[in-house]
Design a protein around this ligand. Structure first.
Ligand SMILES: *[C@@H]1O[C@H](CO)[C@@H](O)[C@H](O)[C@H]1NC(C)=O
Ligand SMILES: *[C@@H]1O[C@H](CO)[C@@H](O)[C@H](O)[C@H]1NC(C)=O
Ligand SMILES: *[C@@H]1O[C@H](CO)[C@@H](O)[C@H](O)[C@H]1NC(C)=O
Ligand SMILES: *[C@@H]1O[C@H](CO)[C@@H](O)[C@H](O)[C@H]1NC(C)=O
Ligand SMILES: *[C@@H]1O[C@H](CO)[C@@H](O)[C@H](O)[C@H]1NC(C)=O
Ligand SMILES: *[C@@H]1O[C@H](CO)[C@@H](O)[C@H](O)[C@H]1NC(C)=O
Ligand SMILES: *[C@@H]1O[C@H](CO)[C@@H](O)[C@H](O)[C@H]1NC(C)=O
Length: 434
């Protein structure tokens, strides 16, 4: 848990321009909360007024927001009830800032409707909001597909659509956004294969968990420069490709819970030297723990639980200096080397249940263990089949269950990249997901 928030500290230093843009954001927000007495000072300090006259860009935004309001069918928290009239900068959830191109021109630079419980869809006219840097729509009931006009949002930096009801194939339109850095699509109903191009984008964080994506982790996985990859609860299949090592210079969190992974863990996982979180639980991984994992000196959370791994739990892993939580339950490990037998003494939270550890309680039956031992796995001989390409059709995903983010992803809740921006927003609701 400590994990998610700290990894983002590095992301906060984004390009200088953007920083400027966003810090103005904050100023503007503060302005909103000051009373009129200060307005003179404010004018002096910032070169825009609280309710700027409608410039052409704000007028476009006005048209876009009105079209959007028109296709909102339910808004129980009244987020959009004050979306009336041309003062778009006064609308709930809408944030204005000086334009990057021309600081004298105020534009709509951010929209945060997180936790709105709003039902509706994104109209074509969303393309009129062409100055948006942030679009946060988490925890609503937006449905349908993403309009192609999103491609007009050439400054969009963060797109959070998590916990909505978006459907259709992977929304290729997001790959056309040149500035996009943070993409969060989790807890929707996107389906089908992931486009290989996704892995050529310089995104910093990609959250795709709990959709209906099928097919493999593409063999070109390595080309991205992400710090966080969360792909849990999809039906990828196949093994973890060795070229995961290509992402070693950036990757801090790799979460592949319940993604139908099979095969052995490649030695290359141990070369991801910045990893703080490695979670491959609830898969069908076989073979032993690569000894290379002993090199992950930043690793804090290691979860190998609910797989079919066997062999020994190597001492080098238990001695990792930052390891705080090591779960390897529900496998077939038969020996804990050295200090691994006494993780309590290292104050490491652990779970070793349901293995074949002779001296430990709550293990599998002798029969179960013997059956498994009769068929040892030799990882050096096992070919890595990248992607089993689970076909759709007869193997179609079961009907979607509306799963609250809190239940499945609390731990991976979106850390706020710019906590200050929305800190004072009217609703008081920001990125926290549980
Ligand atoms: C939203 O507005 C309606 C009508 O004005 C009101 O009845 C309702 O209580 C409001 N809901 C909230 C959550 O403020
Ligand atoms: C915008 O909001 C401010 C207070 O937050 C208010 O004084 C002002 O009248 C509003 N402007 C319009 C046009 O509604
Ligand atoms: C894209 O944005 C420009 C302004 O930057 C606007 O003129 C145009 O209509 C927008 N296109 C769409 C499809 O919304
Ligand atoms: C694994 O993911 C599938 C969807 O791909 C979901 O239906 C299932 O409940 C998940 N299992 C666990 C243990 O989370
Ligand atoms: C340790 O990790 C497991 C698996 O990820 C998790 O369920 C458990 O809550 C964690 N325990 C602590 C104390 O962080
Ligand atoms: C584990 O280590 C602690 C302190 O280091 C010691 O008191 C305890 O007896 C050890 N337990 C076992 C089972 O070796
Ligand atoms: C999966 O297999 C089907 C049929 O064999 C093929 O048409 C499809 O392109 C494959 N998908 C991927 C992502 O490889």
């Amino acid at each position: 848990m400590a994990s998610s928030s700290s990894s983002y500290s590095s992301i906060t230093c984004v390009s200088f321009l953007l920083f400027l843009h966003l810090s103005c954001f904050t100023n503007n927000l503060n302005a909103k909360h000051r009373n009129a007495d200060n307005s003179h000072n404010r004018h002096h300090k910032h070169h825009h007024t609280q309710n700027p006259p409608l410039n052409p860009k704000l007028h476009m935004a006005f048209l876009g927001l009105q079209a959007w309001k028109h296709v909102i069918y339910s808004d129980p928290n009244n987020f959009t009830s004050n979306w009336v009239g041309p003062s778009v900068c006064n609308y709930t959830g809408v944030y204005c800032a000086p334009s990057i191109d021309d600081p004298k021109v105020t534009v709509v630079a951010g929209i945060d409707l997180n936790f709105g419980d709003i039902a509706g869809f994104l109209p074509h006219e969303i393309g009129l909001l062409s100055d948006l840097g942030l679009l946060h729509l988490s925890n609503n009931r937006f449905c349908g597909i993403l309009p192609m006009s999103l491609t007009n949002l050439t400054l969009l930096y963060e797109l959070d659509l998590s916990n909505n009801r978006f459907v259709g194939p992977f929304p290729l339109v997001v790959l056309s956004l040149p500035m996009l850095n943070y993409l969060d699509l989790r807890f929707n109903e996107f389906e089908g294969p992931l486009p290989p191009q996704l892995f050529n984008k310089p995104f910093d964080a990609i959250f795709l968990n709990s959709n209906r994506f099928t097919s493999s982790i593409p063999p070109n996985l390595g080309k991205i420069s992400a710090t966080v990859l969360v792909f849990a609860n999809n039906k990828f299949g196949g093994c973890l490709p060795e070229n995961i090592v290509n992402v070693a210079d950036t990757l801090e969190e790799l979460v592949l819970i319940n993604t139908s992974l099979s095969g052995c863990l490649p030695q290359q996982v141990g070369f991801l030297y910045k990893l703080r979180v490695l979670d491959v639980s609830f898969n069908s991984i076989v073979g032993s723990i690569p000894y290379s994992l002993a090199g992950l000196s930043h690793l804090e959370q290691l979860n190998l639980g609910h797989n079919m791994m066997s062999g020994i739990v190597p001492m080098g892993v238990c001695e990792l200096p930052n390891l705080a939580n090591f779960t390897f339950s529900y496998n077939f490990f038969c020996e804990e080397e050295g200090i691994c037998q006494n993780l309590t003494s290292k104050r490491i939270v652990f779970d070793d249940r349901r293995n074949c550890l002779p001296e430990k309680p709550l293990q599998r039956s002798k029969k179960e263990c013997e059956t498994k031992l009769e068929h040892p796995v030799d990882c050096s001989e096992l070919c890595c089949v990248v992607g089993s390409n689970v076909s759709s059709g007869s193997l179609a995903a079961p009907p979607a269950v509306a799963m609250p983010v809190e239940a499945g992803a609390g731990k991976w809740g979106t850390p706020s990249l710019y906590p200050s921006i929305f800190a004072n927003s009217q609703s008081g609701k920001n990125d926290h997901k549980g």
